[in-house]
Design a protein around this ligand. Structure first.
Ligand SMILES: Cc1cc2nc3c(=O)[nH]c(=O)nc-3n(C[C@H](O)[C@H](O)[C@H](O)COP(=O)(O)OP(=O)(O)OC[C@H]3O[C@@H](n4cnc5c(N)ncnc54)[C@H](O)[C@@H]3O)c2cc1C
Length: 497
Protein backbone atom coordinates (compact mmCIF):
# COMPACT_ATOMS: atom_id res chain seq x y z
CA UNK A 1 0.00 0.00 0.00
CA UNK A 2 2.87 2.36 0.75
CA UNK A 3 4.15 1.88 -2.81
CA UNK A 4 0.70 2.67 -4.20
CA UNK A 5 -0.50 5.71 -2.27
CA UNK A 6 0.92 9.19 -2.40
CA UNK A 7 2.09 9.06 -6.02
CA UNK A 8 0.34 9.87 -9.27
CA UNK A 9 0.91 7.07 -11.75
CA UNK A 10 0.68 7.39 -15.54
CA UNK A 11 -1.42 4.24 -15.71
CA UNK A 12 -3.53 2.15 -13.35
CA UNK A 13 -4.34 -1.33 -14.68
CA UNK A 14 -7.27 -3.08 -12.97
CA UNK A 15 -7.14 -6.87 -13.29
CA UNK A 16 -4.22 -9.29 -13.31
CA UNK A 17 -5.33 -11.76 -15.97
CA UNK A 18 -3.25 -12.16 -19.12
CA UNK A 19 -4.72 -8.94 -20.55
CA UNK A 20 -3.91 -6.72 -17.55
CA UNK A 21 -0.47 -8.25 -16.97
CA UNK A 22 0.36 -7.91 -20.68
CA UNK A 23 -0.70 -4.25 -20.66
CA UNK A 24 1.30 -3.52 -17.49
CA UNK A 25 4.45 -5.10 -18.92
CA UNK A 26 4.17 -3.30 -22.25
CA UNK A 27 3.42 0.09 -20.66
CA UNK A 28 6.28 -0.24 -18.15
CA UNK A 29 8.66 -1.19 -20.97
CA UNK A 30 7.65 1.98 -22.82
CA UNK A 31 8.64 4.06 -19.79
CA UNK A 32 5.22 4.71 -18.23
CA UNK A 33 4.87 4.72 -14.46
CA UNK A 34 2.45 1.83 -13.99
CA UNK A 35 0.50 0.24 -11.13
CA UNK A 36 -1.47 -3.00 -11.55
CA UNK A 37 -3.89 -4.37 -8.96
CA UNK A 38 -5.52 -7.79 -8.97
CA UNK A 39 -8.34 -8.67 -6.57
CA UNK A 40 -7.29 -12.29 -6.09
CA UNK A 41 -4.20 -13.77 -7.73
CA UNK A 42 -2.76 -13.34 -11.21
CA UNK A 43 -4.57 -15.80 -13.50
CA UNK A 44 -7.16 -16.68 -10.85
CA UNK A 45 -9.88 -15.74 -13.39
CA UNK A 46 -10.30 -17.00 -16.96
CA UNK A 47 -6.56 -16.83 -17.66
CA UNK A 48 -5.94 -19.85 -15.43
CA UNK A 49 -8.78 -21.95 -16.88
CA UNK A 50 -8.08 -21.97 -20.62
CA UNK A 51 -7.21 -24.88 -22.93
CA UNK A 52 -3.60 -23.68 -22.57
CA UNK A 53 -3.17 -23.43 -26.32
CA UNK A 54 -1.28 -20.74 -28.15
CA UNK A 55 -2.92 -21.36 -31.46
CA UNK A 56 -4.02 -19.85 -34.71
CA UNK A 57 -7.49 -21.23 -34.11
CA UNK A 58 -8.00 -23.49 -37.10
CA UNK A 59 -11.72 -23.73 -36.28
CA UNK A 60 -12.16 -19.96 -36.75
CA UNK A 61 -11.54 -20.51 -40.48
CA UNK A 62 -14.95 -22.19 -40.68
CA UNK A 63 -16.52 -18.97 -39.38
CA UNK A 64 -14.56 -16.84 -41.86
CA UNK A 65 -12.62 -15.04 -39.11
CA UNK A 66 -9.51 -14.72 -41.24
CA UNK A 67 -8.24 -11.60 -39.51
CA UNK A 68 -8.26 -13.31 -36.11
CA UNK A 69 -6.53 -16.40 -37.50
CA UNK A 70 -3.84 -14.31 -39.16
CA UNK A 71 -3.20 -12.32 -35.97
CA UNK A 72 -3.22 -15.46 -33.81
CA UNK A 73 -0.73 -17.28 -36.04
CA UNK A 74 1.59 -14.27 -36.02
CA UNK A 75 1.36 -14.07 -32.22
CA UNK A 76 1.92 -17.82 -31.86
CA UNK A 77 5.19 -17.46 -33.79
CA UNK A 78 6.19 -14.41 -31.70
CA UNK A 79 5.55 -16.22 -28.41
CA UNK A 80 7.45 -19.30 -29.58
CA UNK A 81 10.37 -16.94 -30.20
CA UNK A 82 10.29 -14.77 -27.06
CA UNK A 83 9.22 -17.44 -24.58
CA UNK A 84 10.49 -20.87 -25.63
CA UNK A 85 10.53 -21.83 -21.92
CA UNK A 86 6.77 -21.24 -21.74
CA UNK A 87 5.39 -21.86 -25.20
CA UNK A 88 6.28 -25.03 -27.07
CA UNK A 89 5.19 -26.53 -30.38
CA UNK A 90 2.49 -29.19 -30.17
CA UNK A 91 1.58 -31.70 -32.89
CA UNK A 92 -2.13 -32.26 -33.50
CA UNK A 93 -3.57 -35.31 -35.22
CA UNK A 94 -6.97 -34.71 -36.80
CA UNK A 95 -8.61 -38.06 -37.69
CA UNK A 96 -11.31 -38.08 -40.35
CA UNK A 97 -14.22 -40.52 -40.26
CA UNK A 98 -16.66 -41.42 -43.02
CA UNK A 99 -19.44 -38.83 -43.27
CA UNK A 100 -17.61 -36.29 -41.03
CA UNK A 101 -18.71 -32.64 -41.14
CA UNK A 102 -15.12 -31.75 -42.06
CA UNK A 103 -13.99 -34.15 -44.73
CA UNK A 104 -10.57 -34.62 -46.34
CA UNK A 105 -10.99 -31.94 -48.96
CA UNK A 106 -12.24 -29.27 -46.58
CA UNK A 107 -9.55 -30.11 -44.01
CA UNK A 108 -6.68 -30.05 -46.49
CA UNK A 109 -7.92 -26.72 -47.92
CA UNK A 110 -8.21 -25.29 -44.38
CA UNK A 111 -4.76 -26.49 -43.35
CA UNK A 112 -3.28 -25.16 -46.59
CA UNK A 113 -4.69 -21.72 -45.79
CA UNK A 114 -3.55 -22.02 -42.17
CA UNK A 115 -0.05 -22.85 -43.38
CA UNK A 116 -0.07 -20.00 -45.89
CA UNK A 117 -0.98 -17.50 -43.18
CA UNK A 118 2.14 -18.40 -41.20
CA UNK A 119 4.18 -17.01 -44.10
CA UNK A 120 6.39 -20.06 -44.20
CA UNK A 121 7.25 -20.01 -40.50
CA UNK A 122 5.11 -22.93 -39.29
CA UNK A 123 6.08 -26.57 -39.64
CA UNK A 124 4.30 -28.05 -42.65
CA UNK A 125 1.09 -30.04 -42.16
CA UNK A 126 0.65 -33.45 -43.77
CA UNK A 127 -2.42 -35.35 -44.91
CA UNK A 128 -2.45 -38.99 -43.80
CA UNK A 129 -4.18 -42.15 -44.89
CA UNK A 130 -6.01 -44.29 -42.34
CA UNK A 131 -2.99 -46.52 -41.65
CA UNK A 132 -0.68 -43.54 -41.07
CA UNK A 133 -3.29 -41.93 -38.80
CA UNK A 134 -3.43 -45.09 -36.69
CA UNK A 135 0.37 -45.27 -36.88
CA UNK A 136 0.50 -41.94 -35.05
CA UNK A 137 -2.39 -42.62 -32.67
CA UNK A 138 -3.01 -46.35 -32.32
CA UNK A 139 -5.84 -46.04 -29.77
CA UNK A 140 -8.13 -44.09 -32.10
CA UNK A 141 -11.23 -45.86 -33.31
CA UNK A 142 -10.53 -47.50 -36.67
CA UNK A 143 -14.22 -47.94 -37.57
CA UNK A 144 -14.97 -45.67 -40.52
CA UNK A 145 -11.56 -43.99 -40.34
CA UNK A 146 -10.70 -42.72 -43.82
CA UNK A 147 -7.54 -40.77 -43.03
CA UNK A 148 -6.45 -37.69 -41.18
CA UNK A 149 -3.92 -34.90 -40.96
CA UNK A 150 -1.12 -33.77 -38.71
CA UNK A 151 -0.54 -30.06 -38.11
CA UNK A 152 1.26 -27.92 -35.56
CA UNK A 153 0.18 -25.30 -33.04
CA UNK A 154 1.60 -24.58 -29.57
CA UNK A 155 0.79 -25.03 -25.91
CA UNK A 156 1.62 -23.13 -22.76
CA UNK A 157 0.98 -22.98 -19.04
CA UNK A 158 -1.65 -20.22 -19.02
CA UNK A 159 -1.21 -19.23 -15.36
CA UNK A 160 2.57 -19.16 -15.66
CA UNK A 161 2.44 -17.06 -18.85
CA UNK A 162 0.28 -14.57 -16.95
CA UNK A 163 2.47 -14.52 -13.84
CA UNK A 164 5.62 -14.07 -15.89
CA UNK A 165 4.10 -11.00 -17.53
CA UNK A 166 3.31 -9.58 -14.06
CA UNK A 167 6.89 -10.24 -12.93
CA UNK A 168 8.25 -8.69 -16.14
CA UNK A 169 6.12 -5.59 -15.54
CA UNK A 170 7.61 -5.32 -12.06
CA UNK A 171 11.14 -5.81 -13.38
CA UNK A 172 10.47 -2.85 -15.68
CA UNK A 173 9.49 -0.62 -12.77
CA UNK A 174 5.73 -1.22 -12.42
CA UNK A 175 4.12 -1.61 -9.02
CA UNK A 176 2.27 -4.93 -9.24
CA UNK A 177 -0.01 -6.08 -6.45
CA UNK A 178 -2.11 -9.22 -6.26
CA UNK A 179 -4.78 -9.71 -3.57
CA UNK A 180 -5.64 -6.02 -3.92
CA UNK A 181 -9.13 -5.11 -5.13
CA UNK A 182 -10.46 -1.92 -6.66
CA UNK A 183 -13.57 -1.03 -4.70
CA UNK A 184 -14.41 2.33 -6.25
CA UNK A 185 -13.34 4.71 -8.95
CA UNK A 186 -12.31 8.20 -7.80
CA UNK A 187 -13.66 10.92 -10.06
CA UNK A 188 -12.93 14.57 -10.57
CA UNK A 189 -16.20 15.74 -12.05
CA UNK A 190 -16.97 13.02 -14.57
CA UNK A 191 -13.34 12.17 -15.19
CA UNK A 192 -11.84 9.09 -13.53
CA UNK A 193 -8.62 10.09 -11.78
CA UNK A 194 -7.89 7.04 -9.70
CA UNK A 195 -9.38 4.28 -7.58
CA UNK A 196 -9.86 3.12 -4.03
CA UNK A 197 -8.14 -0.20 -3.43
CA UNK A 198 -8.25 -2.58 -0.48
CA UNK A 199 -5.80 -5.33 0.45
CA UNK A 200 -7.49 -8.75 0.73
CA UNK A 201 -5.55 -9.77 3.82
CA UNK A 202 -4.44 -6.51 5.41
CA UNK A 203 -7.91 -4.98 5.02
CA UNK A 204 -5.98 -1.75 4.51
CA UNK A 205 -7.43 0.63 1.92
CA UNK A 206 -5.72 3.30 -0.08
CA UNK A 207 -6.21 5.79 -2.88
CA UNK A 208 -4.38 5.26 -6.16
CA UNK A 209 -4.12 8.27 -8.44
CA UNK A 210 -3.47 7.75 -12.14
CA UNK A 211 -3.67 9.84 -15.32
CA UNK A 212 -5.01 6.90 -17.30
CA UNK A 213 -6.92 3.77 -16.26
CA UNK A 214 -7.29 0.48 -18.10
CA UNK A 215 -9.97 -1.91 -16.90
CA UNK A 216 -8.92 -5.44 -17.85
CA UNK A 217 -11.35 -7.27 -15.60
CA UNK A 218 -12.51 -9.81 -18.20
CA UNK A 219 -15.83 -11.38 -17.26
CA UNK A 220 -16.03 -9.19 -14.16
CA UNK A 221 -16.56 -6.37 -16.63
CA UNK A 222 -19.78 -8.13 -17.56
CA UNK A 223 -20.90 -7.97 -13.95
CA UNK A 224 -20.41 -4.20 -14.00
CA UNK A 225 -22.40 -3.95 -17.20
CA UNK A 226 -25.12 -6.17 -15.77
CA UNK A 227 -25.39 -3.89 -12.79
CA UNK A 228 -25.86 -1.07 -15.29
CA UNK A 229 -28.72 -3.20 -16.70
CA UNK A 230 -26.99 -4.06 -19.92
CA UNK A 231 -27.58 -7.66 -20.87
CA UNK A 232 -24.43 -9.68 -21.17
CA UNK A 233 -23.64 -13.32 -20.91
CA UNK A 234 -20.36 -15.15 -20.98
CA UNK A 235 -19.67 -18.51 -22.47
CA UNK A 236 -18.72 -21.30 -20.09
CA UNK A 237 -15.96 -23.74 -21.00
CA UNK A 238 -15.35 -26.92 -19.02
CA UNK A 239 -12.29 -29.19 -19.13
CA UNK A 240 -11.64 -32.55 -17.51
CA UNK A 241 -8.32 -34.27 -16.83
CA UNK A 242 -8.10 -38.06 -17.00
CA UNK A 243 -5.04 -40.37 -16.76
CA UNK A 244 -3.27 -40.33 -20.12
CA UNK A 245 -2.65 -44.07 -19.95
CA UNK A 246 -6.43 -44.58 -19.99
CA UNK A 247 -6.82 -42.66 -23.26
CA UNK A 248 -3.52 -43.64 -24.86
CA UNK A 249 -3.15 -40.52 -27.01
CA UNK A 250 0.39 -39.61 -27.99
CA UNK A 251 -0.01 -36.03 -29.24
CA UNK A 252 -2.96 -33.67 -29.26
CA UNK A 253 -6.10 -34.89 -31.04
CA UNK A 254 -8.54 -32.58 -32.74
CA UNK A 255 -12.03 -34.05 -32.59
CA UNK A 256 -15.42 -33.19 -33.97
CA UNK A 257 -17.73 -34.07 -31.11
CA UNK A 258 -20.04 -36.97 -31.89
CA UNK A 259 -22.62 -35.26 -29.68
CA UNK A 260 -22.96 -31.87 -31.35
CA UNK A 261 -20.31 -31.70 -34.12
CA UNK A 262 -18.24 -29.00 -32.35
CA UNK A 263 -14.44 -28.94 -32.64
CA UNK A 264 -12.77 -30.00 -29.39
CA UNK A 265 -9.48 -31.48 -28.20
CA UNK A 266 -7.73 -34.24 -26.27
CA UNK A 267 -4.53 -32.60 -25.09
CA UNK A 268 -1.47 -34.32 -23.61
CA UNK A 269 -0.46 -32.80 -20.27
CA UNK A 270 2.21 -34.85 -18.54
CA UNK A 271 0.61 -37.92 -17.01
CA UNK A 272 -2.82 -36.68 -18.00
CA UNK A 273 -5.00 -36.02 -20.97
CA UNK A 274 -7.07 -32.86 -20.82
CA UNK A 275 -10.38 -33.12 -22.66
CA UNK A 276 -12.19 -29.94 -23.59
CA UNK A 277 -13.92 -27.83 -23.98
CA UNK A 278 -17.61 -27.06 -23.76
CA UNK A 279 -19.05 -23.77 -25.01
CA UNK A 280 -22.40 -22.83 -23.50
CA UNK A 281 -23.98 -19.55 -22.46
CA UNK A 282 -23.93 -18.95 -18.72
CA UNK A 283 -25.21 -16.40 -16.24
CA UNK A 284 -23.02 -17.83 -13.46
CA UNK A 285 -20.64 -15.50 -11.67
CA UNK A 286 -16.94 -16.00 -12.43
CA UNK A 287 -16.28 -16.73 -8.74
CA UNK A 288 -18.72 -19.62 -8.60
CA UNK A 289 -18.63 -21.07 -12.12
CA UNK A 290 -18.20 -24.85 -11.92
CA UNK A 291 -18.49 -27.96 -14.07
CA UNK A 292 -21.77 -29.86 -14.00
CA UNK A 293 -22.46 -33.56 -14.40
CA UNK A 294 -23.86 -32.98 -17.89
CA UNK A 295 -20.76 -30.98 -18.96
CA UNK A 296 -18.57 -33.87 -17.85
CA UNK A 297 -20.82 -36.44 -19.50
CA UNK A 298 -20.62 -34.53 -22.79
CA UNK A 299 -16.80 -34.50 -22.68
CA UNK A 300 -16.57 -38.19 -21.76
CA UNK A 301 -19.00 -39.22 -24.50
CA UNK A 302 -17.17 -37.15 -27.11
CA UNK A 303 -13.77 -38.61 -26.15
CA UNK A 304 -15.11 -42.17 -25.93
CA UNK A 305 -16.35 -42.08 -29.51
CA UNK A 306 -12.76 -41.39 -30.68
CA UNK A 307 -11.10 -43.68 -28.09
CA UNK A 308 -13.64 -46.51 -27.64
CA UNK A 309 -11.20 -48.84 -25.85
CA UNK A 310 -10.77 -46.25 -23.10
CA UNK A 311 -14.41 -46.56 -21.99
CA UNK A 312 -13.92 -43.47 -19.86
CA UNK A 313 -16.35 -42.97 -16.99
CA UNK A 314 -16.76 -40.43 -14.23
CA UNK A 315 -14.41 -42.55 -12.09
CA UNK A 316 -11.56 -41.70 -14.46
CA UNK A 317 -11.95 -37.96 -13.95
CA UNK A 318 -9.04 -36.66 -11.87
CA UNK A 319 -10.25 -33.08 -12.00
CA UNK A 320 -12.84 -30.95 -13.75
CA UNK A 321 -13.00 -27.17 -13.88
CA UNK A 322 -14.77 -24.35 -15.68
CA UNK A 323 -13.98 -20.88 -16.93
CA UNK A 324 -16.01 -18.14 -18.60
CA UNK A 325 -14.98 -16.62 -21.91
CA UNK A 326 -15.27 -12.86 -22.00
CA UNK A 327 -16.91 -12.54 -25.43
CA UNK A 328 -17.05 -9.08 -26.91
CA UNK A 329 -20.36 -9.44 -28.71
CA UNK A 330 -23.60 -11.31 -29.35
CA UNK A 331 -26.23 -12.32 -26.86
CA UNK A 332 -27.95 -15.10 -28.67
CA UNK A 333 -27.32 -17.94 -31.07
CA UNK A 334 -24.46 -20.36 -30.84
CA UNK A 335 -21.58 -19.15 -28.59
CA UNK A 336 -19.12 -21.26 -30.60
CA UNK A 337 -19.73 -19.01 -33.60
CA UNK A 338 -19.10 -15.76 -31.66
CA UNK A 339 -15.80 -14.13 -32.61
CA UNK A 340 -12.96 -14.26 -30.06
CA UNK A 341 -11.78 -10.85 -31.28
CA UNK A 342 -11.44 -8.10 -28.68
CA UNK A 343 -12.94 -4.64 -28.46
CA UNK A 344 -11.45 -1.59 -26.80
CA UNK A 345 -13.77 1.19 -25.66
CA UNK A 346 -13.42 4.35 -23.60
CA UNK A 347 -16.20 5.27 -21.17
CA UNK A 348 -17.41 8.78 -20.22
CA UNK A 349 -14.89 8.98 -17.38
CA UNK A 350 -12.01 8.15 -19.73
CA UNK A 351 -11.46 4.58 -18.50
CA UNK A 352 -10.26 2.26 -21.26
CA UNK A 353 -12.16 -1.06 -21.20
CA UNK A 354 -11.00 -4.21 -22.97
CA UNK A 355 -13.40 -7.04 -23.70
CA UNK A 356 -12.90 -10.38 -25.42
CA UNK A 357 -9.64 -11.58 -26.87
CA UNK A 358 -7.59 -14.72 -26.46
CA UNK A 359 -4.62 -15.78 -24.43
CA UNK A 360 -2.76 -16.19 -27.74
CA UNK A 361 -3.25 -12.60 -28.85
CA UNK A 362 -2.66 -10.91 -25.48
CA UNK A 363 0.61 -9.30 -26.58
CA UNK A 364 -0.72 -7.57 -29.70
CA UNK A 365 -3.88 -6.59 -27.81
CA UNK A 366 -1.74 -5.03 -25.06
CA UNK A 367 0.31 -3.14 -27.65
CA UNK A 368 -2.86 -1.67 -29.15
CA UNK A 369 -4.16 -0.64 -25.72
CA UNK A 370 -0.87 0.98 -24.65
CA UNK A 371 -0.77 2.92 -27.96
CA UNK A 372 -4.19 4.32 -27.00
CA UNK A 373 -3.00 5.12 -23.46
CA UNK A 374 0.05 7.01 -24.72
CA UNK A 375 -2.14 9.07 -27.05
CA UNK A 376 -4.51 9.79 -24.18
CA UNK A 377 -1.62 10.93 -21.99
CA UNK A 378 -0.47 13.21 -24.78
CA UNK A 379 2.84 11.37 -24.89
CA UNK A 380 4.88 10.65 -27.96
CA UNK A 381 3.76 7.20 -29.09
CA UNK A 382 6.71 4.89 -28.58
CA UNK A 383 6.50 1.52 -30.29
CA UNK A 384 5.98 -1.65 -28.24
CA UNK A 385 9.09 -3.76 -27.75
CA UNK A 386 7.30 -6.81 -26.47
CA UNK A 387 7.65 -8.71 -29.74
CA UNK A 388 11.42 -8.91 -29.40
CA UNK A 389 12.30 -8.86 -25.69
CA UNK A 390 12.22 -12.35 -24.15
CA UNK A 391 9.85 -13.03 -21.28
CA UNK A 392 11.64 -13.79 -17.99
CA UNK A 393 11.59 -17.10 -16.13
CA UNK A 394 13.92 -19.14 -18.35
CA UNK A 395 16.24 -19.72 -15.35
CA UNK A 396 13.47 -20.92 -12.99
CA UNK A 397 14.45 -24.59 -13.24
CA UNK A 398 18.09 -23.75 -12.43
CA UNK A 399 17.05 -21.67 -9.43
CA UNK A 400 14.79 -24.46 -8.18
CA UNK A 401 17.65 -26.95 -8.57
CA UNK A 402 19.90 -24.67 -6.55
CA UNK A 403 17.31 -24.37 -3.76
CA UNK A 404 17.07 -28.17 -3.66
CA UNK A 405 20.83 -28.59 -3.50
CA UNK A 406 21.17 -25.99 -0.73
CA UNK A 407 18.46 -27.58 1.42
CA UNK A 408 17.77 -31.26 0.75
CA UNK A 409 14.43 -31.05 2.57
CA UNK A 410 13.22 -28.81 -0.26
CA UNK A 411 13.97 -31.59 -2.75
CA UNK A 412 11.22 -33.81 -1.35
CA UNK A 413 8.26 -34.31 -3.65
CA UNK A 414 4.91 -32.93 -2.53
CA UNK A 415 3.12 -35.82 -4.21
CA UNK A 416 4.83 -39.12 -5.18
CA UNK A 417 3.89 -39.08 -8.90
CA UNK A 418 4.54 -35.39 -9.55
CA UNK A 419 7.86 -33.57 -9.71
CA UNK A 420 6.84 -30.52 -7.62
CA UNK A 421 8.90 -30.06 -4.47
CA UNK A 422 9.20 -27.67 -1.55
CA UNK A 423 11.63 -25.67 -3.69
CA UNK A 424 8.83 -24.83 -6.14
CA UNK A 425 6.86 -23.40 -3.22
CA UNK A 426 9.76 -21.36 -1.85
CA UNK A 427 10.48 -20.02 -5.33
CA UNK A 428 6.78 -19.20 -5.76
CA UNK A 429 6.83 -17.05 -2.64
CA UNK A 430 10.23 -15.42 -3.09
CA UNK A 431 10.16 -14.82 -6.87
CA UNK A 432 6.54 -15.08 -8.05
CA UNK A 433 4.48 -13.16 -5.52
CA UNK A 434 2.52 -16.17 -4.20
CA UNK A 435 0.72 -15.37 -0.96
CA UNK A 436 -1.74 -18.19 -0.41
CA UNK A 437 -1.94 -21.96 -0.73
CA UNK A 438 -4.19 -21.56 -3.77
CA UNK A 439 -1.59 -19.29 -5.38
CA UNK A 440 0.96 -22.06 -4.83
CA UNK A 441 -0.99 -25.24 -5.54
CA UNK A 442 -3.32 -24.01 -8.32
CA UNK A 443 -1.19 -21.46 -10.20
CA UNK A 444 2.58 -21.52 -9.26
CA UNK A 445 2.32 -25.28 -9.69
CA UNK A 446 -0.74 -26.92 -11.31
CA UNK A 447 -0.78 -29.64 -8.61
CA UNK A 448 -4.45 -29.09 -7.78
CA UNK A 449 -5.42 -29.97 -11.37
CA UNK A 450 -3.28 -33.12 -11.33
CA UNK A 451 -4.33 -34.86 -8.11
CA UNK A 452 -7.69 -36.34 -7.22
CA UNK A 453 -7.91 -34.51 -3.91
CA UNK A 454 -6.58 -31.30 -5.53
CA UNK A 455 -3.84 -30.98 -2.90
CA UNK A 456 -6.12 -31.13 0.13
CA UNK A 457 -4.08 -33.83 1.91
CA UNK A 458 -0.83 -31.86 1.63
CA UNK A 459 -2.20 -28.39 2.35
CA UNK A 460 -1.13 -28.37 6.02
CA UNK A 461 2.37 -29.59 5.07
CA UNK A 462 2.65 -26.89 2.40
CA UNK A 463 1.54 -24.28 4.92
CA UNK A 464 4.36 -25.43 7.25
CA UNK A 465 6.95 -25.00 4.49
CA UNK A 466 5.94 -21.47 3.50
CA UNK A 467 4.82 -20.12 6.90
CA UNK A 468 8.24 -18.70 7.87
CA UNK A 469 8.52 -16.91 4.51
CA UNK A 470 5.02 -15.43 4.72
CA UNK A 471 5.09 -14.69 8.46
CA UNK A 472 2.17 -17.02 9.25
CA UNK A 473 1.52 -17.96 12.86
CA UNK A 474 -0.51 -21.02 13.89
CA UNK A 475 -4.00 -19.44 13.52
CA UNK A 476 -3.03 -17.91 10.16
CA UNK A 477 -1.76 -21.27 8.90
CA UNK A 478 -5.05 -22.90 9.84
CA UNK A 479 -7.05 -20.09 8.26
CA UNK A 480 -5.06 -20.40 5.03
CA UNK A 481 -5.64 -24.17 4.90
CA UNK A 482 -9.40 -23.68 5.36
CA UNK A 483 -9.46 -20.98 2.71
CA UNK A 484 -7.62 -23.28 0.29
CA UNK A 485 -10.11 -26.09 0.97
CA UNK A 486 -12.97 -23.71 0.18
CA UNK A 487 -11.22 -22.58 -3.03
CA UNK A 488 -10.71 -26.11 -4.38
CA UNK A 489 -14.23 -27.09 -3.42
CA UNK A 490 -15.59 -24.13 -5.38
CA UNK A 491 -13.37 -24.70 -8.38
CA UNK A 492 -13.33 -28.49 -8.79
CA UNK A 493 -16.63 -29.81 -7.45
CA UNK A 494 -18.83 -31.25 -10.19
CA UNK A 495 -22.26 -29.84 -9.46
CA UNK A 496 -25.53 -31.61 -10.30
CA UNK A 497 -26.62 -28.58 -12.36
C1 LIG B 1 -12.62 -22.74 -21.39
C2 LIG B 1 -11.73 -21.71 -22.04
C3 LIG B 1 -10.71 -22.12 -22.87
C4 LIG B 1 -9.90 -21.18 -23.48
N1 LIG B 1 -8.85 -21.63 -24.22
C5 LIG B 1 -8.03 -20.75 -24.78
C6 LIG B 1 -6.88 -21.21 -25.48
O1 LIG B 1 -6.58 -22.41 -25.50
N2 LIG B 1 -6.11 -20.30 -26.09
C7 LIG B 1 -6.39 -18.98 -26.06
O2 LIG B 1 -5.67 -18.22 -26.70
N3 LIG B 1 -7.44 -18.49 -25.36
C8 LIG B 1 -8.25 -19.35 -24.71
N4 LIG B 1 -9.31 -18.91 -23.97
C9 LIG B 1 -9.53 -17.47 -23.85
C10 LIG B 1 -8.61 -16.84 -22.79
O3 LIG B 1 -8.47 -17.70 -21.69
C11 LIG B 1 -9.18 -15.50 -22.33
O4 LIG B 1 -9.43 -14.69 -23.45
C12 LIG B 1 -8.22 -14.74 -21.42
O5 LIG B 1 -7.71 -15.56 -20.40
C13 LIG B 1 -8.93 -13.54 -20.80
O6 LIG B 1 -8.01 -12.87 -19.97
P1 LIG B 1 -8.41 -11.56 -19.21
O7 LIG B 1 -7.16 -11.04 -18.56
O8 LIG B 1 -9.11 -10.63 -20.11
O9 LIG B 1 -9.47 -12.03 -18.11
P2 LIG B 1 -9.22 -12.74 -16.69
O10 LIG B 1 -8.15 -13.73 -16.75
O11 LIG B 1 -10.53 -13.21 -16.18
O12 LIG B 1 -8.70 -11.57 -15.77
C14 LIG B 1 -9.52 -10.57 -15.21
C15 LIG B 1 -8.99 -10.32 -13.81
O13 LIG B 1 -9.60 -9.15 -13.27
C16 LIG B 1 -9.64 -9.33 -11.87
N5 LIG B 1 -10.58 -8.37 -11.30
C17 LIG B 1 -11.93 -8.34 -11.46
N6 LIG B 1 -12.46 -7.32 -10.75
C18 LIG B 1 -11.43 -6.67 -10.14
C19 LIG B 1 -11.34 -5.56 -9.25
N7 LIG B 1 -12.44 -4.90 -8.86
N8 LIG B 1 -10.11 -5.19 -8.79
C20 LIG B 1 -8.98 -5.86 -9.18
N9 LIG B 1 -9.03 -6.93 -10.01
C21 LIG B 1 -10.22 -7.34 -10.49
C22 LIG B 1 -10.09 -10.79 -11.74
O14 LIG B 1 -9.80 -11.32 -10.47
C23 LIG B 1 -9.33 -11.46 -12.85
O15 LIG B 1 -8.12 -12.07 -12.42
C24 LIG B 1 -10.14 -19.81 -23.30
C25 LIG B 1 -11.15 -19.39 -22.45
C26 LIG B 1 -11.94 -20.34 -21.80
C27 LIG B 1 -13.00 -19.91 -20.84
Amino acid sequence: MSAISGEEFDLLVIGGGITGCGVARDAAMRGLRVVLVERDDFASGTSGRSSRLVHGGIRYLEHGQLHLVRESIRERETLLRIAPHLVEPLAFTWPIYRGARVGKLKLSAGLFLYQLMSLGKARAFAMLDAAATLGRESELSSAGLTGGAVYYDARTDDARLTIVNAIAAEQNGAVVSNHTRVTDVIRHGAKAVGAMVVGQYSGESSEVRARAIVSATGVWEKQREQRAHQRHRGSKGVHIAVPRERVGNHDAITMISSVDARVMFCLPAGLQTIIGTTDTWTDESPESVHPTASDVDYLLRSANSYFPRAELTLDDVVSAWAGIRPLASAQSGNPTAVSREHTISVDDGGIVHVTGGKLTTYRSMAAEIVDRVQEKLGKKVRAAKTDSVPLPGAKRATEIDRLQRDDRRLAQRLSPDLSYTGAHLVYGVTHEKAQTLSDLLIRRTPLAFETRDHGKSIAAHVAEIVAPLLGWNEPTKNARVREFEADIERMFTIGPT
